[in-house]
Every structure is written in C-alpha cells, then in structure tokens.
Design a protein around this ligand. Sequence first.
Ligand code: UD1
Length: 340
Amino acid sequence: MKNKVLVTGGTGFIGSHTVVELQNSGYEVVIADNLSNSKIEVLDGIEAISGVRPLFEKVDLSKENECGDFFKKHAGIKAIIHFAASKAVGESVEKPLLYYRNNLNSLMNILEAMKEFSIPNLVFSSSCTVYGQPDKLPVTEATPRKEAESPYGNTKTICEDIIRDTAKANAQLKMIALRYFNPIGAHPSAKIGELPLGVPNNLIPFLTQTVAGMRPELSVFGNDYNTADGSCIRDYINVVDLAKAHVVSIGRLLEDKQKSNYEFFNVGTGKGVSVLEIIESFERATGEKVPHKIVGRRAGDIEQIYADTSFSNRELGWKSGKTLDETLLSAWNWQLALNK
Ligand code: UD1
C-alpha cells in the first residue's frame, strides 16, 4: 500500500510542485488548502503531469475545529508537509496579527493533531529569512539566526522554535524544517508554476510579466550595495529541485534515518547570484530583452545571502541540479502558458 502524505498548501507554488514529485515517487497525496492564495485549477495541472489527481479538501487549518474535522475524516496519513502559510513580506508589516494568527495557529493545530491521531512525521516550510543579514557567507546550519526583518520572517523563526520545543517534549514526533533560499522557476511542462495575485512583489514573476508586456519595466532595487555589480545577491533555487528535497526528507522520516527528532537543513544551490546577473541569464536563456531601470534600495532588503549546502547535500543525499538558465527559461515558458 502507498504511504499517504498530507500536503497543506498543496495548490500553492512550492506545494503543487512537491505534490507532483511525491506522486511520481509513489506516494498517495491528500491536499489541504483554503485557496486563499491559489486556484483549484492547479489540480488539473498536477493531474496532467503526474496522471493522478490528488485528493483535495478546502480547509482553513488555522481554525481548530476545521483542522480537527479534517483529520477525523482522513485516516491513515503517515506524514505531513506543512506549506500553508501567508508569505507576503510587505503585507505582514501592515497586518502582523493576520500573519501571527494564520501561520502560528495552523502549525500548532497540526502539531496537536499529530499527537492526537498518531501521525509522527512533519516537514516544515522554513526560510533563509531566519538568518537575517548573516555576518559570514555562505550560511551553514550552524550560522546563528538573527532577529527577523518582518512579521512574516518572525513567524518562520517562531514556528521553528515551536517545532523544536514540541520535538523535545514528544520523543515520538519526528520533524524536519527546510530553510528555503529563493525558490524560482516552474515545472518544465509549463503546466504548473507561480500564480501571483495582483502586482508581484518577487523578482522573477515581476520580470516575466515585464517581458510579457504586462508591466512597463522592472525596477532593480539598488546598485550601490557592497557586491561586485552593486545589486543584491540571493541563492535562487529551482522549484522542482526544491520539491525533490521534500521527497527525500519524507523518506528520511519514514525510514527512521534522522540523527535527532528535530533537524533543519538549508535548501539552496550554494551559489550567490545578483539581480543584474539574473537579468543577463534570463536574456541569454530566452533571447528576450528585459526592460529595466536602476532605482533606490527597497526597505527591508538584505544585501546578500547564499547557502552552504554541504550539510544538506551530505545528510539528505540531495543536491540542486538545474542550471540558472534552464530555470529562468522554465519561468518564461510558464509565463507564456499563462498568457495563452
Ligand atoms: C523575500 C523574503 C523571503 C521570502 C520571499 C518570498 C526576506 C529577507 N526575504 O525574499 O523570506 O521567502 O520573499 O516571498 O524577508 N528585486 C528587484 N526588483 C523587484 C523585485 C525584487 O530588484 O521588482 C530584488 C530584491 O531587491 C532582491 C531580489 O530581487 O534583491 C529578490 O527579491 P524577492 O524575489 O522579493 O525575494 P527576497 O526579498 O529575497
């Protein structure tokens, strides 16, 4: 019998790609999502790629009663990947309580359910935002976390702490937090990808919408940083590579390979890339020009961050594989598919 995995936020950007990889690896998937930032049609894309339509339940896991009802209805879940969360940095500054309520309550409800329904395994969606602007690069898992720049970032730090403490108090629970760097790109089939609602805040959807003619030009936020070309540096990880890190993490939990019952890993490429290098790579990969101008720095941006991935490569047996050019080409193909 197939192992059943619950994917919360499974119709979202990273969630949907992870559902595809799980199904391709022989897992049975049930998705729980409140569709607050995603569309039900994503299920069609998942089915078109993997040949399997996952079970879907529209549910708000931040509500205790809805969460409890969900777990009563769906027996036999062996592991959970918890993506469902609010993630817009700017919005979190405007509406901190919304972010704390949604992101913290849903995690705590899930942890309670894991105890009540004897589901031992959890993979949690964390972020490199927990490192702030590190003093030393690249960042390893031993790099100290810093105070978060935004309420959104703070929810990731607090959620990690909640998981750590819950693991300490409950030896039967086994948990992994994955600290994502900057997830970009889309499935090579262009049947699923990122679906930003309204004006995108993130670099790649704004860039592809600009090249598609939906925005006049891309603003490059600052060229006076202390980096080689003056623009900010990030570690851009292909979303399919990232999805595969979740599949190996689930395997690690189910096969009892953990070194302790709470572990956390960096999930990036290990390579720092500047905003201007992104534009260059996109133009090379697609043959399209990116209309852009340099503007002032964006408030709250850190100068540079990229991962040391040697620990996750070694421990998880996982490595990012796709090149930046092919990743940006996949983002462009997805934009073209969306516009059709
Ligand atoms: C942020 C969060 C990260 C979160 C992610 C997803 C922080 C420090 N980082 O990442 O935790 O997971 O959003 O929402 O809180 N840029 C431009 N022009 C644009 C847009 C972006 O030049 O129009 C630049 C930014 O200055 C930055 C880079 O592109 O240097 C990437 O920006 P973005 O895609 O927004 O991601 P982060 O801010 O790195």
